[in-house]
Design a protein around this ligand. Structure first.
Ligand code: FAD
Length: 298
């Protein structure tokens, strides 16, 4: 079992590929702020399709080359043949990236729609983990789901498939964002019970400091996850009948929630905290400051 930390816990930050130049400028402003705070790593998500995929490869390369940050590049199996996957992994390696988060991905357009495997591709993230591992000296991570993946029939099945990804060679997992710490703790217990050796691998909790109730609700819907009733209640009360007008109140509750969750997770001995930054530095740095880290909020 993990031991509680005596010092500050390591943290990491997730970015996504911006759509346009303004978004890219915002991303780099956030990157430069986080760089000074020495995160354990940063990660760059891989788009569901279209141009953002090229941007992921390009920006992940820039992060690896032009900053001091350890970069984890996400990769999904959606609509890719093995030949394409091999080329993408090669493109990451050429840019000095050896850390890959291997994901199956969701169907483009409707993430909850039917998943169709590419005829020459892979069916599950487990297969992608093996594929990446066979291509070279990569450190591979995978996704985990405190509430269970929405396509897994039961939590036991969900645990079995996560353990299979870890046995296939993944060294750690990062969770989907969640808002009930007990869901995370139960996931950790399930993995340890299913396979103590794999259960010793880090399960890094994904934390989203909420700054907008409407947008977090949309994100949760797309991943079929939930806001616990008490959390929903606190945020809804802050939002009142006009979230736009009460944006600051919602944000303030969101930062409180992320801080409270992080404190409890640290006390429970998590290996690190992974923040979904949405390419902004302010909310995450506020949480880090509230956790006692020596951080100047931008
Ligand atoms: P898998 O592990 O393959 O699981 C998919 C489903 O199949 C699950 O229901 C699982 O229970 C089931 N399953 C697994 N193995 C088997 C088997 N052998 N037999 C039968 N069923 C099986 N999406 C993106 O598009 N880009 C990203 O950058 C991205 N980053 C993410 C980062 C994190 C930290 C997380 C948590 C998710 C991310 N996602 C991303 C979303 C992710 O791609 C989706 O949640 C996707 O639906 C599941 O991906 P997976 O890798 O967990 O798939």
């Amino acid at each position: 079992m993990s031991q509680p930390h005596s010092g500050p816990v390591p943290f990491s930050v997730e970015f996504f590929p911006p759509k346009d130049e303004a978004g890219e400028e915002r991303l780099w402003r956030a990157v430069r702020i986080f760089e000074q705070l020495r995160p354990a790593f940063v990660s760059m998500t891989y788009g569901a399709g279209g141009g953002t995929r090229d941007r992921t490869v390009r920006i992940a390369g820039q992060l690896a080359r032009d900053t001091t940050l350890l970069t984890v590049a996400h990769l999904t199996a959606v609509n890719h043949s093995l030949t394409e996957l091999r080329a993408l992994i090669g493109a990451y390696a050429d840019q000095g990236i050896t850390n890959i988060l291997a994901l199956r991905g969701d169907p483009p357009g409707n993430p909850l729609g039917e998943w169709v495997k590419h005829p020459d591709g892979v069916a599950y993230a487990e297969d992608l983990v093996r594929f990446v591992d066979e291509l070279g000296d990569f450190q591979v991570g995978v996704a985990s789901f405190p509430e269970g993946h929405h396509r897994a029939p039961t939590l036991e099945d969900d645990t079995k498939y996560l353990v299979a990804k870890l046995r296939a060679g993944a060294e750690y997992s990062i969770t989907q964002m969640f808002f009930d710490v007990d869901d995370y703790l139960r996931l950790r217990d399930r993995v340890v019970a299913a396979d103590p050796e794999q259960g010793a691998k880090p399960i890094i909790p994904g934390i989203m400091p909420i700054t907008s109730l409407a947008s977090v609700r949309r994100m949760l819907e797309l991943s079929n996850s939930t806001l616990p009733a008490d959390v929903d209640e606190r945020l809804s009360r802050a939002a009142g009948d006009d979230e736009d007008r009460n944006r600051e109140a919602v944000r303030s509750v969101g930062i409180d929630l992320a801080t409270e969750m992080s404190e409890r997770l640290i006390a429970e001995g998590v290996p690190a905290l992974h923040f979904c930054s949405l390419n902004f530095a302010k909310a995450t740095t506020e949480v880090l400051q509230r956790l006692g880290m020596d951080v100047l909020v931008p």
